[in-house]
Design a protein around this ligand. Structure first.
Ligand code: FPP
Length: 249
């Protein structure tokens, strides 16, 4: 068995590299509070948060996790001040541009999930480019949820299925879960095994409602900008202690 000793002393334990979660989802929460504690504007928290995302994505890839999905901007986040929304969009643009330059070399796939039609045109075009590059690759996949809401995703999927029924492609009675999943923005992805929420809140906040049906949840008080590789180790170790029963015994 391959083991990896977690580095943090107070969260001592061992990550079993042969039983890693295949897919980790993270609600990157606490950026605003992290900044406020330091007397900085909230946008400073998002900037550090974007760096932490880079570090954790690279670490997931190096460990051997296959998929990482993060919540970057919800369908409700448009209510935030324009400066904050613009900063997050700017960070996403910068990340997409970097990815276009490096993803083929690093064999990293990148997919934006959510209703991208309301994003600035430039972001939509960049996301389409990274999707096209991703199709030529087979390595670790990072998914960034933007203008994403779990309920919105389900309603859109229901609408699309209803339209296919009206067009005569399907009849409602024949719908199965596996077919419905093809209408979700996560189509083709395995469900998350582990959902991590830093930032102290213990709720799902409209994230991957369908996909997290059997995910193991790990909550931590650490604010996202303070989240380290050791915190990921600790969450994986906690995941590996759980006994997943999927409704069985
Ligand atoms: C939640 O913290 C965080 C967000 C709504 C934005 C997350 C976005 C980023 C980290 C930038 C995305 C960039 C990349 C490259 C993926 P909050 O602002 O709600 O924090 P609070 O609860 O402390 O106010």
């Amino acid at each position: 068995m391959a083991f990896f000793k977690a580095k943090s002393k107070d969260k001592a334990g061992t990550v079993d590299l042969e039983h890693l979660p295949r897919h980790i989802a993270i609600i990157m929460d606490g950026n605003g509070r992290w900044a406020k504690k330091r007397g900085l504007p909230r946008t400073a928290g998002h900037k550090v948060g974007a760096e932490v995302f880079r570090t954790i994505a690279t670490y997931c890839k190096d460990l051997g996790v296959e998929y990482l999905t993060v919540y970057a901007f919800s369908t409700e986040n448009w209510k935030r001040p324009k400066e904050e929304v613009d900063t997050i969009m700017g960070l996403l643009k910068r990340y997409l541009l970097e990815a276009i330059d490096t993803m083929a070399k690093d064999n990293i796939r990148l997919r934006f999930l959510g209703d991208l039609t309301s994003l600035p045109r430039e972001l939509q075009d960049l996301a389409a480019q990274t999707n096209a590059i991703s199709e030529t690759l087979n390595g670790f996949q990072a998914n960034v949820c933007v203008n994403y809401g779990g309920r919105d995703e389900l309603v859109n999927a229901a609408k699309a299925f209803a339209q296919d029924c009206v067009a005569g492609k399907y009849v409602p009675e024949q719908l199965r879960e596996a077919q419905f999943e093809q209408y979700l923005s996560s189509a083709g992805l395995p469900d998350p095994d582990l959902l991590i929420r830093p930032g102290g809140e213990q709720r799902i906040s409209n994230f991957l409602l369908w996909q997290c049906a059997y995910a193991e949840f790990v909550f931590t008080d650490t604010l996202w900008p303070d989240f380290k590789k050791e915190d990921l180790d600790a969450a994986i170790i906690e995941f590996q202690r759980r006994h997943r029963r999927y409704g069985g015994i």
